[in-house]
Design a binder for this molecule. Structure first.
Ligand code: HEM
Ligand code: HEM
Length: 152
């Protein structure tokens, strides 16, 4: 994985996750009592717009990582397989449900996709942190070998 691929992935994941968590929080817990009853939080629309704009950054970086990193690691059978494969499998439900949410019209379907999106995204986030932290901890403990980078 090149530095550009790694950092665009970190940046995309950070922006998408931050805006997604903020959007979810404001949407479900941020309503405030207004003159005509409960109203959306004034920052909810901003968080939603940021999320919709940040998601393609992550998606683009994920595309590079699937081809350059995941496929290469699968071929050589590297360590960190569980979190890596977990993330690989979560990409489709996370991304598809995000867009299905936007095009769903019936309230039942909207709710269903919101649950799929929320669960898949949070699981992706946890696995992403686990995958990165274990790489980081290994490096900090001085355990990372001067591995050949040919298959990255
Ligand atoms: C990284 C973790 C992510 C988190 C924590 C997250 C969180 C959320 C939350 C809480 C919502 C609101 C659900 C609702 O309306 O009930 C949402 C909506 C959405 N998400 Fe994500 N999401 C993530 C990743 C993604 C990705 C990767 C994509 C697409 C590539 C995406 C695209 C969308 C779209 C299009 C919406 C609908 C926005 C709207 O209301 O119009 N999200 N997300
Ligand atoms: C079978 C699947 C996977 C395996 C076996 C795997 C394995 C590894 C290993 C061994 C490393 C340590 C550095 C290196 O050797 O390159 C690593 C780093 C990394 N992986 Fe994966 N990986 C997989 C899938 C993925 C996926 C799907 C993503 C992205 C969504 C991903 C994102 C990363 C990132 C960002 C790093 C760098 C962490 C850092 O140092 O900041 N990996 N992976």
């Amino acid at each position: 994985m090149t530095a550009l691929e790694r950092w665009s992935l970190h940046l995309g994941a950070f922006l998408t996750a931050l805006s997604g968590v903020a959007y979810g929080w404001l949407r479900y817990f941020g309503r405030a009592a207004g003159e005509f009853g409960l109203e959306p939080h004034p920052l909810q629309a901003l968080a939603q717009h940021l999320h919709v704009l940040a998601a393609p950054v992550l998606l683009f970086a994920l595309g590079m990582a699937v081809r350059g990193h995941l496929a290469a690691k699968l071929r050589v059978g590297a360590e960190r397989r569980n979190t890596g494969l977990g993330m690989g499998l979560l990409i489709l439900p996370m991304v598809a449900s995000g867009y299905l949410l936007q095009v769903a019209v019936a309230p039942g379907w909207r709710l269903a996709w919101a649950w799929v999106h929320g669960s898949a995204s949070l699981l992706f986030l946890l696995t992403y942190l686990g995958h990165g932290l274990s790489a980081w901890a290994e490096g900090a403990a001085g355990l990372s070998r001067p591995a050949p980078r040919l298959t990255d």
